[in-house]
Design a protein around this ligand. Structure first.
Ligand SMILES: O=c1nc[nH]c2c1ncn2[C@H]1C[C@H](O)[C@@H](COP(=O)(O)OP(=O)(O)OP(=O)(O)O)O1
Ligand SMILES: [Mg+2]
Length: 452
């Protein structure tokens, strides 16, 4: 009898949670009883030097264990300054195993890096890593298939791994936990594919020997367990794609990477009219601000859209806008929000603008509101559109509507400032309204590239 009452062929309860973390292209938390491993797959658009120009991809893995994954604290390998032989051996095993089921030509000249981080160890961490790594790899490949980067699935078949062994009682068992593993007479790691092909058999007599017949029994136990694991992998992957489809039927929601409530209100009005609901970063207070380090509206809008799109692994729109005053050589431009300082106060910005413009005569007070919109999706070239509104800088603030520089932006054709226009009137003529109209025109063609 096993110490935890399992039957000899019985594996521990296995759970595979997909999309565990939000940043990686493929992410999985896999647990075998108390053994828990986080596996993340990352797509990189480059390959190791020996494959450059070969149109062949690469799959590789790294393995590590947190200090308190074990009963007593293990020093981090990073603080020791070198990887142990065990770590090297395990990460090579994981990489080899994954590559055995990937057609690297079909993957194209890109790499998938699979990180296996053991957060709790209770035996079988390398086999749990391999079984989870396959799922993370498939999830990452799915993102390439979904956004059209890949036309054909490079994964040939499923792959999983299990440990088997012989206990001091002479019994052959599957999926040893730490207690069993530390006293086992024979210890074996088995990696196999769905079609029953072997990828790796690592069997060792620990101060003991085993017969050919025992080897056969171990292989049978392992094969049965691996088939079970492959079923679980498939189940978790199909649940993950159901979630994705649900996300797509919600596709009428668009995330806008802004924290400006004035912009948010205008986007909401304009997108609601087109049958979309919106979310903004005001709904995600925990996400840090994206630093606007660019020197053009486009650079900043790209920074905001592409950073948040990667983070959410979804389509994201960003707006970078501002006021360009001719008499000030186009200033404040990209610095509009921070014109009077990092506090980003509309009142101080308007006061500073009036001050800078106090001696500029009426016919030299021309200005433009500019808006660049960038729509970004993971692994896809972004869509960029712009809109501009011509006007003049007033001498006293007028009107209560809108936000930002609206009370000082005079529109001759209405004989009003933008802050005196209704939101409907503003949206029809504004830089943002014009940019959204252009976006609507280009959206369908761009979108086709996203879902194909
Ligand atoms: O329709 C407008 N009416 C008046 N003022 C406007 C408008 N559109 C932009 N602006 C001004 C406000 C802000 O001073 C700057 C945008 O700076 P910008 O970095 O794009 O936005 P932000 O930092 O307020 O929010 P976020 O980056 O989170 O979208 O231009
Ligand atoms: Mg900003």
């Amino acid at each position: 009898m096993r110490h935890d009452q399992r039957a000899n062929q019985e594996i521990r309860p296995v759970k595979i949670e997909t999309n565990y973390l939000i940043h990686p292209e493929g992410s999985v938390l896999i647990s075998f009883g108390q053994t828990k491993v986080i596996v993340n797959a990352t797509i990189e658009e480059s390959v190791p030097p020996f494959l450059r120009g070969s149109e062949t991809g690469w799959v590789t893995a790294e393995y590590s264990m947190l200090p308190r994954a074990t009963n007593t604290r293990n020093r981090r390998e990073s603080s020791k300054g070198k990887l142990s032989g065990r770590t090297m051996e395990i990460q090579r095993l994981i990489g080899r195993s994954l590559r055995s089921v990937v057609d690297l030509k079909k993957l194209g000249e890109r790499s998938i890096v699979v990180d296996c981080d053991v957060i709790q160890a209770d035996g079988g961490t390398r086999t749990a890593s391999i079984t989870g790594a396959f799922v993370a790899l498939q999830l990452a490949v799915n993102t390439l298939l979904e956004n059209g980067e890949l036309k054909e699935n490079p994964i040939k078949e499923n792959l999983a791994a299990i440990s088997v062994g012989i206990l001091p009682t002479g019994e052959c068992v599957a999926d040893l936990d730490y207690v069993e593993d530390s006293s086992a007479l024979v210890d074996m790691n088995l990696v196999m594919t769905e079609s029953g092909k072997m990828v790796e058999v690592q069997g060792t007599g620990e101060e003991s020997t085993f017969s050919r017949e025992e080897l056969n029994t171990l292989l049978d136990l392992g094969e049965a367990a691996i088939n079970e694991l492959i079923e679980l992998q498939k189940e978790s992957l199909s649940n993950a794609s159901v979630k994705l489809e649900k996300k797509e039927t919600n596709a009428k929601e668009i995330l806008i990477a802004t924290r400006n409530s004035g912009k948010a209100k205008e986007f909401e009005e304009m997108f609601n009219q087109k049958g979309y609901t919106i979310k903004t970063l005001l709904d995600y207070p925990e996400i840090p601000d994206v630093e606007e380090t660019g020197s053009t509206f486009e650079e900043n809008a790209r920074l905001k859209a592409e950073t948040i799109s990667k983070m959410f692994n979804s389509i994201v729109l960003a707006d970078d806008s501002g006021l360009k005053v001719d008499a000030l050589n186009g200033q404040p431009g990209v610095y509009s929000a921070r014109y009077a300082g990092e506090a980003k106060s509309d009142a101080s910005n308007n006061a500073k603008l009036l001050h800078e413009m106090y001696d500029v005569p009426d016919d030299k007070r021309t200005a433009q509101f500019h808006c660049t919109l960038v729509l970004a999706a993971p692994n896809k070239e972004s869509l960029v559109v712009v809109g501009e509104l011509e006007g003049k800088i007033g001498t006293i603030p007028r009107g209560e509507n809108g936000f930002g520089y609206d009370p000082l932006f005079y529109v001759p054709e209405f004989d009003k400032t933008v802050a005196e226009l209704s939101s409907e009137e503003k949206n029809k003529i504004s830089h943002r309204g014009q940019a959204i109209e252009k976006l609507t025109v280009d959206f369908d063609t761009w979108m086709k590239g996203v879902v194909e």
